[in-house]
Design a protein. Structure first.
Length: 325
């Protein structure tokens, strides 16, 4: 039997296509040309003597051999990542740690600030990826070290390559135009949103975990999600879009209120957005330990992991938030 020599790079290419089932998206995720990615997949297929993907003009699918390879490839890459982390990871205080805090003004900033106090020898650099799905691809690729968000909303294959630590059950809220009829309320009962069309990031490729949470919350309540639209960036664009469409915006209670809007918590029940600290499995760095310690400290001090009796959360999120890596 001819020995098979499979380079980890080829397995990473295979996993990216297997996750995306789309060569263009997989190539973008790996920051390589599509032609180079296709060449790597063909080379892997030659090395293994097996066709791994079915390709048509309409879709890409895993063959039976591709499905068989999948768990072996994941374990091989995880083992390589752990090996590299063990021998090339920075010594205490060495090398910057890139921490995605999603957006300025959220509680993630407080975790990062406290971690900097706990580990002043580390350089913890803030990044703004705006959603955990977008950040997760960067975490897996090693271009980002930590992020925050709804872990249960990630693809299971991606979750397998990441670790998480529950941080908060964040009560959800809506941002309303100042003259919206519901803006006069101190808190908005969920049933009062019936008949409304609420913006929940539909179509934003970086935040599908948030849109999925909204769909589960709104199901059976007569609340619609506004269709995909260009993402408003900056205060002026946000104010213009809100004035034009007048749709409530689903958010968390700590989201900074933009000009022209008011933030009102949702009640009856209180919907909860589950937030975890997330990092790449096997990543060793004193800054990660500082982030975990800061998350523990702030969660305990502020009661972030106490669920209200009338709180709403999907079952899978509840299970994940009760676990800890």
């Amino acid at each position: 039997m001819t020995p098979v020599n499979v380079e980890p790079r080829l397995l990473r290419a295979f996993l990216a296509v297997a996750d995306e089932l789309h060569f263009t998206r997989a190539a973008a995720r790996l920051y390589v040309a599509q032609q180079a990615l296709s060449r790597d997949i063909r080379r892997l297929e030659r090395e293994l003597g097996a066709e791994l993907f079915g390709r048509t003009t309409r879709q890409v699918t895993l063959t039976a051999e591709g499905v068989r390879l999948l768990p072996y490839a994941r374990r091989a890459i995880e083992a390589q990542d752990e090996l590299l982390a063990a021998f090339t990871g920075p010594a205490p205080g060495a090398g910057p740690l890139l921490v995605d805090v999603n957006s300025p003004g959220l509680i993630h900033d407080r975790v990062l600030a406290r971690a900097r106090e706990l580990a002043p020898e580390c350089e913890l650099m803030a990044r703004y990826e705006s959603g955990l799905t977008g950040a997760a691809a960067e975490l897996v690729a090693g271009r980002l070290d930590a992020s925050f968000g709804r872990f249960a909303g990630l693809d299971p294959a991606v979750r397998e390559r990441l670790d998480q630590q529950p941080l908060r059950y964040e009560p959800m809220a809506v941002i309303l135009p100042e003259d919206h009829p519901l803006a006069a309320l101190d808190a908005v009962p969920l049933e009062r949103l019936a008949g409304e069309t609420v913006y929940a990031g539909d179509g934003n490729p970086r935040t599908p975990e948030w849109t999925d949470l909204a769909r589960q919350l709104f199901a059976g309540r007569g609340i619609a999600i506004s269709p995909p639209a260009p993402l408003a960036v900056g205060e002026e664009e946000f104010r213009r879009i809100m004035a034009k469409y007048r749709n409530p915006v689903l958010t968390g209670v700590d989201f900074p209120v933009m000009p022209g809007g008011v933030l009102r918590p949702l009640v009856d029940p209180v919907p909860l957005s589950p937030v975890s600290l997330v990092w790449r499995k096997g990543r060793k760095h004193p800054g990660i330990e500082a982030l975990r310690a800061a998350a523990d400290e702030l969660a305990a001090k502020n009661g972030w992991l106490r669920r209200p009796e009338n709180g709403w959360i999907p079952a899978i999120d509840a299970l994940i938030m009760m676990s800890r890596n």
